[in-house]
Ligand binder design. Structure first.
Ligand code: F6P
Length: 350
């Protein structure tokens, strides 16, 4: 078989869900079916589904209406077949059994690491599509889902301004961002926050309080402080060092904003409240920007399959969709653009 011919290609979504996943799948299927005359097989529930051969046929007809739908019609799971004895063999056996010529894997850092190992060590023909609301994948200028998450967080901050102002309160808003503060930084800029705290920088609570006090002295009583969930508490804080982990060994984040709100209350005497946006940032319909980016990623991914560009993922470089080795993303995280942070921070943030 040559990849110039029609192929039978599997598609799976792994890791946390993200607005735009269905738009990627839709674009893959449309070009695969209409342009290449391929057969597309949807793999249910990520690596579990492939091992257990749980699949569904994917056709243009069937995907009607899915462009604006959040989540993933294929289902998704965290976890790696490399963490369980025999699971990698089950994955490779299934790929042969299902007669797949190639696999398109849509996922974040963890899923792309698995895909990279399956390709590098086991010769599985895989093309990657980078996905996460956190926007922290090395090799691409933007992941789909990020724009939607930022919009949701910004809308929430707009609403929080009016209640904060009515009560003369400080509102500490926690957003997602496990290793990087992209959502926090963009939402803080877009929402006109007073301060932003991100995992890339140790925060100084005295500096935060001073800023709030200066604002109050100028007559601006209400303030919004945006905090990325992965922000580390100072070493001497009373935040419990005991971390909770999920079944896949991921530390369960969330709660740093409670500590920061307490510190702000103690340091300023101002009434302070916490809002943790949580999974609402990952749910619902993708923005137009994310639908466009997802569609371009999907089209580029099926092209990459037909170029036999295995081990590569599709990426956004400036305004162009290009390819980059999945290996550069595996197990890494892309920090926020510190030049942007500094430019904004001097004028707007602590
Ligand atoms: O999708 C990435 C992410 O949103 C992180 O920012 C967050 O820490 C994590 O997923 C939460 O995942 P889960 O759905 O497993 O709680």
């Amino acid at each position: 078989m040559s990849y110039a011919d029609a192929v039978r290609v599997g598609v799976l979504t792994g890791g946390g869900d993200c607005p735009g996943l269905n738009a990627v799948i839709r674009a893959i299927v449309r070009k695969a079916e209409r342009h290449y005359h391929d057969e597309v097989v949807g793999i249910l529930d990520a690596w579990d589904g492939i091992r257990q051969r749980r699949t569904m046929p994917l056709t243009v007809e069937q995907l009607r209406g899915f462009l604006p739908r959040g989540g993933t019609l294929l289902g998704t799971r965290r976890g790696s077949p490399f963490d369980h004895e025999g699971h990698v063999d089950e994955v490779t056996d299934s790929i042969a059994e299902l007669g797949l010529d190639a696999l398109i894997v849509i996922g974040g850092n963890g899923t792309l690491s698995v895909a990279n190992r399956l390709h590098g060590d086991h010769g599985v023909p895989i093309v990657g599509v980078p996905k996460t609301i956190d926007n922290d994948i090395v090799g691409t200028d933007q992941t789909f889902g990020f724009d939607t998450a930022v919009q949701i967080a910004t809308d929430a901050i707009d609403r929080l301004h009016t209640t904060a102002e009515s009560h003369d309160r400080v509102l500490v808003v926690e957003v997602m961002g496990r290793h990087s503060g992209w959502i926090a930084l963009y939402a803080a800029i877009g929402g006109g926050a007073t301060a932003v705290l991100i995992p890339e920088l140790r925060y100084d609570i005295n500096q935060v309080c001073e800023r709030l006090i200066v604002r109050h002295e100028r007559g601006r009583y209400a303030s919004i402080v945006v905090v990325a969930e992965g922000t580390e508490p100072p070493a001497d804080s009373d935040m419990s060092p005991d971390k909770e982990y999920d079944q896949f060994g991921h530390v369960r984040l969330g709660g740093i904003s409670e500590l920061i709100a307490r510190q702000i209350g103690d340091g300023t005497g101002y009434e302070t409240r916490v809002v943790n946006l949580g999974h609402v940032q990952r749910g619902g319909t993708p923005t137009a920007f994310d639908r466009v980016l997802s569609t371009r990623y999907g089209l580029a991914a099926i092209d990459a399959v037909h170029d036999a560009a295995f081990g590569q993922m599709v990426v956004l470089s400036g305004t162009q969709i290009e390819r980059a080795p999945m290996a550069i993303a595996a197990g890494k995280s892309r920090p926020v653009d510190m030049a942007l942070y500094r430019e904004i921070a001097d004028l707007f943030f602590v």
